[in-house]
Design a protein around this ligand. Structure first.
Ligand code: ATP
Ligand code: MG
Length: 232
């Protein structure tokens, strides 16, 4: 007799640009996973984002691969391509619909920092978001964690270890030749150097793109299937 699964899986969803992924993201995901007893946290690098049109975002494959590198050592962390493989703008409603379709037996917990939480009400199809996932707002240095206007039952707030790290600061540090060791995982430091990301002449949206894209085409075949199809 098959015993079957006794509980619905609890899956965290950490959406972000991850340009680059840093220890603030990883600590937040780890802490939420522990407190909410999640089976897994899926990192979902965004495709094009409506509110990041004013700057060149690094090629999605680089952001995806950095996220894979950063999460590879944690068996509870995986990475999904749903947003970067979907054409057009990334809207969280589509992320959650796609993940719900891929994981019909799971409850989804969407993790978001205090800077993003107040924007949720302005997102596309905001009314439907609450039926697709429970939202978890986490503390972030420099931002107030304010649930104002958000539905009382659909959102939880929690404190995570304060990591005053942002991708914007990491990009700026690399551009200035300053170190990002210990702000991002070691493998991400090395990945950034390998492809010359965030430097004036070698960003993945600029001159260095072609070599990196060729390398990436070769590298993709080496990415383990479990990682590529993370949200199975
Ligand atoms: P950028 O400066 O480019 O906006 P970022 O550091 O804000 O980058 P994102 O990829 O925009 O990183 O963030 C993805 C998610 O992670 C968001 O919900 C954001 O609030 C959260 N987050 C980012 N950094 C931290 C941090 N240091 N502590 C807690 N949450 C964070
Ligand atoms: Mg941000």
């Amino acid at each position: 007799m098959a015993w079957g699964r006794q509980h619905r899986r609890r899956i965290g969803v950490m959406g972000g640009t991850f340009d680059p992924v840093h220890h603030g993201h990883l600590v937040a995901a780890s802490e939420v996973r522990d407190v909410f007893k999640l089976d897994e946290v899926i990192f979902v690098p965004a495709g094009a984002q409506p509110y990041k049109q004013d700057r060149d975002v690094t090629h999605a494959e680089h952001r995806y691969l950095m996220t894979v590198v950063a999460t590879a050592s944690n068996p509870r962390f995986t990475v999904s391509r749903v947003d970067i493989d979907r054409p057009g703008m990334t809207y969280t409603i589509d992320t959650l619909r796609d993940l719900r379709a891929q994981l019909p037996d799971a409850d989804l917990f969407f993790i978001t920092g205090a800077d993003v939480l107040p924007q949720i009400l302005t997102w596309k199809d905001a009314d439907e978001l609450w039926s697709l996932a429970h939202f978890i707002g986490v503390t972030r240095p420099g931002h107030e964690l304010d649930p104002e206007g958000l539905p009382a039952t659909g959102v939880s707030l929690m404190e995570v270890p304060a990591m005053a790290i942002s991708s914007t600061d990491c990009r700026s540090r690399v551009k200035q030749g300053k170190p990002v060791w210990y702000l991002v995982p070691d493998g991400v430091v090395q990945y950034i150097a390998k492809y010359g990301l965030y430097t004036a002449g070698g960003t993945a949206t600029g001159v260095g793109q072609h070599t990196a894209a060729r390398d990436l085409a070769a590298t993709r075949a080496d990415v383990p299937p479990r990682v590529v199809g993370a949200a199975q």
